[in-house]
Design a protein around this ligand. Structure first.
Ligand code: AMP
Ligand code: GLY
Length: 428
């Protein structure tokens, strides 16, 4: 079978790596891919927003199955387009992708289907939003969260612990900082607790969680600095023990499934639920209609089945027959980023030490890399994700940093504390 993966990040690298291992896969293509993906797939010079060109490519290259990495093409309707041309594709339709594309839509869905989440109000005018923020703090709120309604490349959310910064962010939103995405905003109750990422497969009839994971969203150690796409992850997340997983299944995943059925949202793909484990139980922070990155790098490192088989069963409505097997060993992924990320950063630096890092047994998944004159160079903010397994989380962390320390380029940085929450938990 020929498989096409759409995207160019660490997520797409791990997907290509895993799909290429399937005995039934003859060839993997990736559009547009990156310098590391070339080891497992033929990279095709097509951007992710050229939906018609991607469909033409899939037809002309006899692609049997397509997997979409990022949210933008899903929200733009790539699944509907591919299906209309008789092509099999993994992911939600455009209508269902609104669960990520519009935070207001997602919030209404959660309220309607009794899925626990932060209280929130939606505003299309600045003045009402400002009054509401002042009222929340007057009532003793310790914080509020301001969210631009539409896609904003992970930048449209501010957790504010004082009214002034919340109000400044509201004014940025209405002044076009996030384009049309910021013309409608949500102001949410600030939740406190530990976050976890639950990725679950659904074919619309069944919903099956993958192994749990935890991301590290802030740029710097001790969760300081700005929010990023994610600076590292590990799986499993001990905060999601068996009892918590049961609650997540019964309070979030099952109502989600019933909700998409009741609302006739056609969803055959992965749903990634960002969850805050609060004192009142698990609450949804956001839905994403694609694999989380870097979570997926840690999660799929532990996945032992045939990913293509599982994905095909998802698309064919036979997810109940799929077999998910996991390596018991924890996996830790550390992201290496360009100095300055998530703000301004330079690109084009040669990367050294990739082979030596790989020789430790860790796997280096590429995100923002390119090849120039036979050299691998930096080409993005998040550049690499290094992932290692270990008998314990401590061993996995030691192994991953052993590999990370062998890699360098001008202005490279990473967090040194990935996994700190798991380490801090009392040993059972
Ligand atoms: P989102 O894009 O909605 O996931 O928000 C990005 C990040 O902001 C989340 O991963 C959380 O760290 C934080 N966040 C979002 N919503 C809330 C909330 N209601 N309370 C506390 N933190 C939040
Ligand atoms: N790591 C979070 C995300 O993929 O949105």
């Amino acid at each position: 079978m020929n498989v096409l993966v759409i995207g160019s990040g660490g997520r797409e690298h791990v997907l290509c790596w895993k799909l290429a291992q399937s005995a039934r896969v003859d060839k993997v293509y990736c559009a547009p891919g990156n310098a590391g993906i070339k080891q497992h797939a033929e990279c095709v010079d097509l951007p992710v927003d050229k939906l018609e060109a991607l469909a033409d490519f899939a037809v002309s290259h006899q692609i049997d199955f397509t997997v979409v990495g990022p949210e933008a093409p899903l929200c733009a309707g790539i699944v509907d387009l591919f299906r209309s041309r008789g092509l099999k594709i993994f992911g939600p339709t455009q209508a269902a992708a609104r669960l990520e594309g519009s935070k207001d839509f997602a919030k209404a869905f959660m309220v309607k289907h009794h899925i626990p989440t932060a209280q929130s109000a939606t505003f299309t005018h600045q003045i009402g939003a400002v009054e509401y923020i002042a009222k929340q703090f007057d009532r003793g709120a310790r914080g509020v969260v301001v969210k631009a309604d539409g896609l904003a490349a992970g930048k449209g959310v501010l957790v504010a612990y004082d009214p002034d910064s919340a109000i400044d962010f509201v004014s940025d939103c209405f002044n076009g900082a996030f384009g049309s995405s910021g013309k409608k905003i949500l102001i949410e109750e600030c939740l406190f607790g530990e976050e976890a990422s639950i990725l679950a497969l659904t074919d619309g009839k069944t919903i099956v969680p993958l192994a749990s994971a935890q991301d590290h969203k802030r740029a710097f150690d001790n969760d300081e600095g700005p929010n990023t796409g994610g600076m590292g992850a590990y799986s499993p997340a001990p905060v999601v023990d068996a009892a918590m997983m049961e609650r997540i299944q019964s309070e979030i995943l099952t109502p989600f499934l019933k909700g998409i059925q009741a609302d006739k949202l056609d969803y055959k793909g992965i749903i990634f639920v960002g969850i805050m484990i609060t004192d009142d139980g698990p609450k949804v922070l956001e839905f994403n209609v694609r694999f989380g990155d870097p979570e997926v790098q840690a999660v799929l490192r532990r996945f032992e089945g045939d990913l293509l088989d599982v994905m095909q069963k998802t698309v064919d409505g036979r997810l109940d027959e799929a077999e998910l097997r996991w390596n018991d060993q924890p996996a830790v992924c550390v992201v290496l980023a360009s100095g300055g990320y998530p703000e301004h950063y330079e690109k084009g630096f040669p990367i050294f030490g990739l082979e030596a890092a790989g020789a430790t047994g860790a796997i280096v998944f590429h995100a923002g890399t390119a090849e120039k004159c036979g050299e691998i160079i930096t080409a993005g903010g998040r550049v690499l994700g290094v992932t290692a397994l270990g008998a314990t989380i401590t061993e996995a962390i030691d192994k991953v940093y052993e590999a990370v320390d062998l890699i360098e380029w001008d202005d490279c940085f990473c967090r040194r504390d990935i996994g700190f929450r798991a380490l801090a938990r009392p040993k059972k």
